[in-house]
Design a protein. Structure first.
Length: 183
């Protein structure tokens, strides 16, 4: 019997295929940070991370943004432990910060069906922000059905289930340092 963890098998045996390397992530996030710094100069945005998946990306992203920004989090659930979206979004933790009149930048790990993003757009728009923009590290563009453009996209990816760099499979493997495809 194989007593190694799934993490060990993923990394050592190449059980999962690397889709985006650490170096590629770092380079692209620098670019996003530069663009956001430029676009929000003088606006002091509030950056809202969508838990849990965003936690690695947002930590790296905000350290490339040279502005007086605030950070808050909200937590929603649309998947449970399944690999397919349930189509139902539940708010698990709302934002604490005052959103009205603020420049809001929402940080997502991945946009898959687009259901979560649509829900967030409606919910946050209703709080009358001065502006509302979205940044996602990964975007399954072919699959997602959203009626607006995403402002900042790290990588467009094919419709495959990915893990690592914050993204989980049944709540584990978020600590993989790169993005892998789970075949
Ligand atoms: P959507 O509402 O279908 O766009 O999916 C949103 C959420 O589902 C993301 O924020 C992720 O937390 C999760 N998710 C979607 N695709 C994947 C994937 O390929 N791997 C891991 N999590 C995913
Ligand atoms: Mg998420």
């Amino acid at each position: 019997m194989d007593e190694r963890t799934i993490f060990e098998r993923a990394v050592l045996d190449g059980a999962f295929r690397v889709l985006i390397t650490r170096e590629e992530l770092e380079k692209r996030i620098q670019e996003l940070g530069r663009a956001i710094t430029k676009d929000y100069r003088g606006k002091d945005p509030i950056v809202i991370g969508i838990l849990n998946g965003c936690f690695v990306f947002i930590a790296d992203l905000v350290r490339t943004i040279e502005l007086d920004l605030e950070i808050d989090f909200l937590k929603i659930s649309s998947y449970g432990d399944a690999q397919v979206s349930s189509g139902q979004v539940t708010m698990l933790k709302d934002v604490n910060a005052e959103i009205g009149g603020r420049h809001v930048l929402v940080v997502e790990d991945i946009v898959d069906t687009g259901v979560s993003l649509k829900y967030l757009e409606e919910r946050l728009q209703a709080l009358n922000p001065a502006s509302l923009k979205f940044v996602t590290l990964l975007y399954k563009k072919e699959k997602a059905k959203i009626h607006f453009d995403i402002d900042y996209v790290g990588f467009e990816i094919p419709d495959e289930f990915v893990i690592g760099y914050g993204l989980d499979h049944k709540q584990i493997l978020r600590n993989l340092p790169a993005i892998y495809v789970m075949d």
